[in-house]
Structure formats: C-alpha cells, structure tokens
Design a protein around this ligand. Structure first.
Ligand code: SAH
Length: 257
C-alpha cells in the first residue's frame, strides 16, 4: 500500500531529470553510469544470439534508452508500465510529438558504441516503428498483464523496476517469477537494477526500494528458473551520489529461461 501511494506521486519529468541528465547521463566518459548501462546492453545484443519476434520490457517507466540496442533484433517491442503517466509519456515519444524528453544524445551514443556507422535518426525511426504496444502491468500479479502473453515473448528486459516496487527480497523474487512467465522457455532475460538502494526520489514522491546484494539477484534468478549467462556490476562513483537516491551500485544480469 505504501508503495502504491508513493507511485501516485511519481513525477516522470523529475525522474528523468534525476537519472537521465548530467551528471549521470554524461557521455564524455565511460565511467559514468548511463554509458555503463548502454554498453552492457550493446555488448550483449552484439552477439546476435538474442533475437526473435517480440521483446517485452517490464516497468519501462518514461524511458527508452534500454530499448536502443534491443530494437535492432526484434520485430516488435512491447513496453509496459504500472502508471498511466509513464505510458502516456512513452506514447508521445513513440508518436514523435513535440515536448517530450530528448533522447537523441543516448541514441547517438548507442550508434557510436555499436560501431556500425548507422545514422542515429535511423535507429530512432526503427524504435518508434517497433514500439507498437505500451501496456499496463503489475509485477505483483501472477499474470502481470492480466492475461497471459500469447505467444510468449522471445526476450524479456527489465531495468530498475522489480527492486523499486518490492517491499522485500521475497517479493522481488516472486515478481521476477511472475514476469518470467511472460517469456518462452529458452528465451533470454536481461535485468538492470540497483544494488544496496533503499529509496529514490521522483519529484514529490519518495519511493522505497528493497536493498539488494549481488547474491540476492543470483538466487532470485535461479529460483525463477533462469540460468545465469553473464553478471556485471558497477560501483556508483562519489560524484554521481547526488542525493536523488542512496544507490551503491548497479547490476546487469543476462540469464536464460
Ligand atoms: N525502466 C525505467 C524506469 C524504472 S522506475 C528505467 O530504467 O529508468 C520504476 C518503474 O516501475 C516506474 O516506471 C513505475 O511506474 C513502475 N512500477 C511501479 N509499480 C509497479 C508495479 N506494481 N508493476 C510494474 N511496474 C511498476
């Protein structure tokens, strides 16, 4: 209930400002957290092994950075969020409406690290074209979309959602199992998330977060029927501890169902 009330005050603009503008979104060096996240995803998709018809992103929020490398490998990207304000923000971006957040520095950076010389506008166009469904979701429900996804997704992505909506580690592990049901057997799951975080701010909202250790992520993945393929972590440098949260670091996990 406390989490639900917190999310009623979630301000997408403030969240974007806190996490997706400098100093965290500074593309001048790979030491900063946003380039680190983008590199994890770019390197993982570069293998060409993770591909298919549909990729579902769980708890997309108002952000699309997490889909930039993914969108080259799937016919359709399904974005999801619990909050209508976030789904509306994503819809406005997908339709190219004016006044939405400027993701162009992220798109340019991803094109650069992917190294294929692709003009960034082409990637932007491709993601917009493939982002056809933006659905409501609640990861605390055994059927997070309300009905099973048919056919199930070929890949699952989730960034900074499960730990940010779960009151404790057991709820985090259950939420992971719930969203795992959206994925076909053999499908790949990519998770990005916060380590050792107890809260974050998004305008007037102060959201509680379950502080996770690396071992919690590994055991939740194993418990939800996933085999771990890659695990990376990033320590938040002092200059990026700006007071918008108390995060210690970030993890990236690639696992297979
Ligand atoms: N993926 C984005 C946003 C993460 S913020 C990023 O990488 O920055 C956490 C998101 O979880 C918010 O967008 C919030 O609306 C969403 N959320 C809140 N409660 C949820 C629930 N019960 N199920 C799924 N998502 C939820």
């Amino acid at each position: 209930a406390a989490l639900r009330e917190g999310y009623e005050r979630f301000d997408p603009r403030a969240y974007l400002q806190n996490n997706y503008l400098p100093p965290r979104a500074d593309f001048s060096s790979e030491e900063f957290v946003v380039p680190w996240k983008l590199r994890c995803l770019a390197e993982t998709f570069a293998s060409g092994e993770i591909r298919g018809r549909t990729l579902i992103d769980v708890g997309s929020g108002p952000t699309i950075y997490q889909l930039l490398s993914a969108c080259d490998h799937f016919e359709e990207i399904v974005a999801t969020d619990y909050l209508a304000v976030n789904r509306e923000e994503l819809g406005r971006w997908a339709r190219g409406e004016p006044g939405t957040f400027d993701w162009s520095p992220f798109i340019q950076h991803v094109c650069k690290i992917e190294g294929r010389g692709e003009p960034w506008q082409e990637k932007e166009r491709r993601l917009r074209a493939r982002l056809r469904r933006i659905l409501p979701i609640d990861v605390h429900q055994p059927d997070p979309l309300g009905t099973p996804l048919r056919p199930p997704a070929d890949a699952l992505l989730s960034a900074f959602c499960l730990e940010a909506v779960s009151p404790d580690r057991a709820a985090f592990a259950r939420a992971l199992a719930h969203v795992g049901s959206l994925l076909r057997p053999g499908g790949h799951a990519l998770l990005l998330g916060a380590l050792g975080e107890s809260f974050y701010l998004a305008g007037a909202a102060r959201l509680p977060v379950v502080p996770l250790a690396e071992a919690d992520v590994r055991s939740a993945l194993a418990g939800a029927g996933f085999a771990l393929r890659d695990f990376r972590s990033y320590a938040m440098p002092p200059a990026l501890r700006t007071g918008v949260d108390d995060v210690d670091g970030v993890f990236f996990a690639h696992a297979q169902k």
